[in-house]
Design a protein around this ligand. Structure first.
Ligand SMILES: [Zn+2]
Length: 573
C-alpha cells in the first residue's frame, strides 16, 4: 500500500514563510501535506512530476463578491484560474443572508447596482435555499465548490433584517436593535462566519460610489460608529474573526481615528480598501502607508488591501454605475436603459455632468478611449481619446462621450485608463508589509474589469518584469499574509499538517490571456474574463482542480467554518 495519496516529485518548493526555495517532494494524504522532503515515488498512489517547477501555497483572496456566482460557477472563476484556492465572500457589507423570502428580489436588485451582478443571472442561478445566515452557510456547505470559501457576515442584509431597509437608512438602531444585531452576529460566528464587513461611504464624504438600486445610499453607507463598535466588541469577546470596513465621511481624521478604535476594541485584524498609487499624486498612498505603519507600531492590526493590478476599466453606459460618487452622474445612470438614454441625451443635464468629477475611475475624463462603436458611420472614432475627438469637433469631452453613447444606443464601449500605471510608485505599495495584494472584487463588476487576475499579474509584473521583490516574498504576500489576517491555522503555508492547497508553475511560462467576452452566465448573460496560462497544476485540499488551465471536475473546495476545513476530521480518520 502506498503511504501517500499523491506525491509531488521534484518541486522547487517556496513554502510561504519567506525562507529560500529548496528542491524537494511533497507527500499528500487525505487532503493534507503529510511530508515534505525526499520521498520515493513508489510511496504515492499517484505521482505528479513537478519537473523542477515552483511549488507554492495556493493564493488567498480576501476581497471577493462570489456570493451569487458560486452557485452557477463552483470554481469562482476567474479567481480560481489564477491560482486562488481560498476566497472570502460577503465583502463590503453586501450579501444575501439573512434575507426573508419576500425580500429576495429586492436583495438581488440591490446587488445589480452595488456590485453590477446581472439580475437575470442571479434570478436564474441562485437556489435561495436559505433564509438565515446559518442556513446560508449550510447551503454553501451542500453545494459543490472548486475552491475554499469563507463568508463574512455582511452588514447590509443584517441591518435590513433587523430594522427594515427604510428605517436602517434614516436612523441609528435602538438599544434593542443593536442587541439583536450582536445576537445575530454571534449566531453567525457560532455557525462559522469569518467576521463582518461594512462599506461606509457616507454621502457627505464624496465617495458614495456604490449605491442601492434606487440610487440612494446603501444602509451600510449611513451606518453609525456606535454600531461598528458594538459589532467590534462581539469579536473581542469571541476572540475570533476579522473585519473588513471601508469608511469615508467628510472628516478624514475622524475616519482614521475610528478605524483605529475598531481595531483596538475588537483586537482583531481590520482590513480596508484600497491603497492605490495614483500617478498624479504620490502623497495619497504615501500618507496612507505612513498611517498604516504608525498603527502597527502601536500594535493595531490595520491592513490596507492594495490595488496591485493595472486598474483600467471597460464600460458602456447601458450598465455603467461607477460614476455614482458624483450626484449628477449617479442620477443620470440610474434605471433601465431607456431611462438612461433619455437622461444622458438631455441637454439640460449636461452642464452639471460636465462640471461633476467622478474621481474614482480616472483623473481626467478626457483620457477615456473609445474602444468599440456599433454604428458603422461612427466607427472611425474607435481608438481615439475623448480629448482628441473633442479637439477635432470643438466639444467638451463629456459631450463627446455622451453624444456618441446616445447615438450608438448606449452600446459604445469605452476604456478608462488606469490611474496607477507609474511603476516607481507601484513599487512603494507592492513592497509594503501592511498592504495585502489584490482587491480583485471577484464576481462583481464583471462587465468592467478582471482584477481577479491579480496573483498572476503580481508574479509576472512585480517579480519577473520589475524585480520589485523576490518570489519568496511575493508568495508570502499572496498567501501567508492573507491567511494570517483570515485567522487560518492550517493554510497559507506549505507545511506538514497543513491543507494541500497549492500551485505548480514556471515563472517564465506564466501569462495572462487577452480580455475576452464570455457568455457563460445563467440566462445568457455575459462578462469579461482573462485567462491564466502557465499554471501546470492547481490543487485544493489535495486534489487537482486545474491541469494546464483545464478544470478537472474535482470539487474539493470546502466551506471553511471558523477558518478551518475538515482537516481535523481527515487527521482523525
Ligand atoms: Zn467589494
Amino acid at each position: 500500500m502506498p503511504q501517500f495519496d499523491t506525491v509531488i516529485k521534484n518541486g522547487l518548493i517556496i513554502d510561504g514563510t519567506r525562507m529560500p526555495r529548496f528542491g524537494g517532494d511533497i507527500g499528500i494524504s487525505r487532503g493534507a501535506i503529510a511530508k515534505i522532503g525526499r520521498i520515493d515515488g513508489r510511496e504515492g498512489a499517484q505521482v505528479i512530476d513537478a519537473g523542477g517547477s515552483i511549488v507554492a501555497p495556493g493564493f488567498i483572496d480576501l476581497h471577493t463578491h462570489y456570493d451569487a456566482q458560486i452557485y452557477w460557477d463552483p470554481y469562482c472563476s476567474i479567481s480560481s484560474w489564477h491560482g486562488i484556492t481560498s476566497a472570502v465572500i460577503g465583502n463590503c457589507g453586501f450579501g444575501f443572508a439573512p434575507v426573508r423570502p419576500d425580500d429576495r428580489d429586492r436583495a438581488m436588485l440591490t446587488m445589480t447596482r452595488v456590485e453590477a451582478i446581472p439580475y437575470a443571472a442571479m434570478q436564474a442561478g441562485m437556489p435561495w435555499d436559505w433564509v438565515t445566515f446559518p442556513d446560508f452557510l449550510d447551503s454553501l456547505d451542500r453545494h459543490p465548490k472548486g475552491i475554499n470559501v469563507l463568508p463574512y457576515v455582511p452588514m447590509a442584509p443584517m441591518l435590513t433584517w433587523v430594522m427594515g431597509r427604510e428605517q436602517a437608512k434614516t436612523r441609528k438602531p435602538t438599544a434593542a436593535e443593536e442587541a439583536e444585531l450582536c445576537r445575530l452576529l454571534n449566531e453567525a460566528m457560532d455557525a462559522g462566519a469569518c467576521g463582518w464587513s461594512a462599506q461606509r461611504f457616507h454621502p457627505e464624504g464624496g465617495s458614495c460610489v456604490q449605491r442601492d438600486y434606487d440610487g440612494t445610499p446603501m444602509v451600510t453607507d449611513v451606518m453609525a460608529d456606535e454600531t461598528s463598535l458594538a459589532l467590534a466588541r462581539v469579536l473581542r469577546q469571541r476572540n475570533e474573526g476579522f473585519i473588513q470596513m471601508n469608511l469615508v465621511t467628510r472628516d478624514r481624521k475622524h475616519d482614521r481615528a475610528h478605524y483605529e478604535q475598531v481595531a483596538e476594541v475588537s483586537g482583531r485584524p481590520l482590513l480596508f480598501n484600497a491603497v492605490i498609487a495614483v500617478n498624479s499624486d504620490p502623497e495619497i498612498h504615501r500618507e496612507m502607508l505612513r498611517w498604516l505603519h504608525s498603527c502597527h507600531e502601536r500594535g493595531l492590526r490595520v491592513y490596507g488591501q492594495g490595488v496591485t493590478t493595472d486598474a483600467g476599466m471597460n464600460f458602456t453606459f447601458a450598465d455603467w454605475n461607477l460614476f455614482d460618487d458624483a450626484a449628477p452622474w449617479c442620477e443620470a445612470t440610474t434605471g433601465p436603459i431607456e431611462d438612461r438614454l433619455l437622461k444622458l441625451s438631455d441637454p439640460e443635464r449636461r452642464p452639471a455632468l460636465r462640471k461633476a468629477k467622478p474621481h474614482i475611475i480616472t483623473n481626467d475624463l478626457a483620457d477615456i478611449i473609445v474602444v468599440e462603436v456599433q454604428r458603422p458611420e461612427l466607427k472611425h472614432l474607435e481608438g481615439q481619446t475623448l480629448r482628441d475627438i473633442g479637439q477635432a469637433q470643438g466639444k467638451h469631452a463629456v459631450d463627446v462621450m455622451l453624444d456618441l453613447a446616445v447615438e450608438d444606443g448606449l452600446r459604445t464601449e469605452f476604456f478608462a485608463p488606469a490611474l496607477n500605471t507609474r511603476i516607481d510608485l507601484q513599487r512603494e505599495v507592492i513592497a509594503d508589509p501592511y498592504v495585502i495584494p489584490g482587491v480583485s472584487d471577484g464576481g462583481a463588476h464583471t462587465k468592467f474589469f478582471t482584477a481577479g487576475r491579480y496573483p498572476t499579474e503580481f508574479l509576472i509584473k512585480h517579480v519577473r518584469e520589475h524585480q520589485m521583490l523576490s518570489l519568496e516574498d511575493a508568495h508570502w504576500r499572496l498567501s501567508t499574509l492573507p491567511a494570517y489576517c483570515a485567522g487560518f491555522t492550517d493554510r497559507g503555508l506549505l507545511r506538514e499538517g497543513y491543507a494541500a492547497d497549492l500551485v505548480i508553475y514556471d515563472l517564465d511560462q506564466l501569462a495572462i490571456g487577452p480580455l475576452e467576452v464570455a457568455r457563460d452566465l445563467p440566462a445568457g448573460e455575459w462578462r469579461r474574463v482573462q485567462r491564466a496560462l502557465g499554471y501546470r497544476r492547481i490543487m485544493v485540499n489535495g486534489r487537482v482542480t486545474f491541469e494546464d488551465g483545464q478544470p478537472t471536475g474535482n470539487m474539493s473546495g470546502e466551506l471553511l467554518r471558523h477558518g478551518r476545513g475538515r482537516l481535523e476530521v481527515r487527521k482523525a480518520a
